[in-house]
Design a protein around this ligand. Sequence first.
Ligand SMILES: *Cc1c(COP(=O)(O)O)cnc(C)c1O
Length: 334
Amino acid sequence: MIPRVRIAHLPTPVEALPRLSAVLGGPRLLVKRDDQTGVAFGGNKTRKLEYVIAEAQANGAKTLVTMGGIQSNHCRQTAALARRFGFDCILVLNGQEPEMPSGNLLVDHLFGAEIVWTKRPERNQTFERTFEQAWEAGRRPYKIPLGASNATGALGYVEAMDELVNQGVEADWIIVPSSSCGTLSGMLLGAKLKGFKGKILAVSIDVPVDEMRETTAAMASEASTRFGEKITFRPEEVLVNADYLGAGYAVMGESEKEAIELFAQAEGMLLGPVYTGRAAGGMIDLIRKKFFKPDETVLFWHTGGTPELFADPYAAQLLGKRPLGPAAGQETRK
Ligand SMILES: *Cc1c(COP(=O)(O)O)cnc(C)c1O
């Protein structure tokens, strides 16, 4: 038995998106609701952290140390689970500390996470230094990598594929946002181990195709050793589309905005601007380009990130466009 703490609300539901499908004139659309994993607004990191936190416990750790961007969903879920399992939590965040925290950052504060601010190019260095200082202070720190993405975290998505297959869901395609590759690696390995027949297409959020393929193949191969014999994944087996990087990580453009509005107004479902909005924007574009056959079933894996919506810059940008009432925030924020 691979050590795992149990906290996520599983299985997450699979729902149909008939109205979105009709609006787009597209294939049958399904969604896997990993935005509903149940801990502090949910998201894909909860599944990975179930395995990573069990490892931290086995190591006798007292403090979880991790890193991410200012609106990191991973950091928010780590901060929540740290409290739930009795750890201190230090988050190394790159960005400009705002006067008034909003979105995920507000929630990090509510969990009492200690925040160390850094700049993106210095993030790894600050992370290492923060870990060393916590170690010297006797706080028994445990390093959780970016996105909880390593062979251990990926196990959460091996399990998730098992869950999907056991739900009796058949899909020709899974569309999933990918960045630090732990989710994708676990899904590829899970698909192979459980005999899932469909194709898994990652929409890259911020990483070039070749790099994502190599990272994912290596992580999936390493994770496979936990189940016995090593399965070697080749980079060419990993399907990645990096056409939707827009103006960079966490920059919301027209594609993300349109996807958020379409999901909201066709299905009453929320996406986040950074990950799920970008991946759904890519999926919508692919549907319009007739990438999928009309009789295929496409499952959008909703990895969460909805608290990003409440981060001030996105909220203002979203209100500025939609006729949802007076866009009051727009002028006052200049
Ligand atoms: C972290 C994250 C992803 C990407 O998952 P990786 O395992 O890092 O590739 C996708 N969606 C959301 C909402 C995330 O927070």
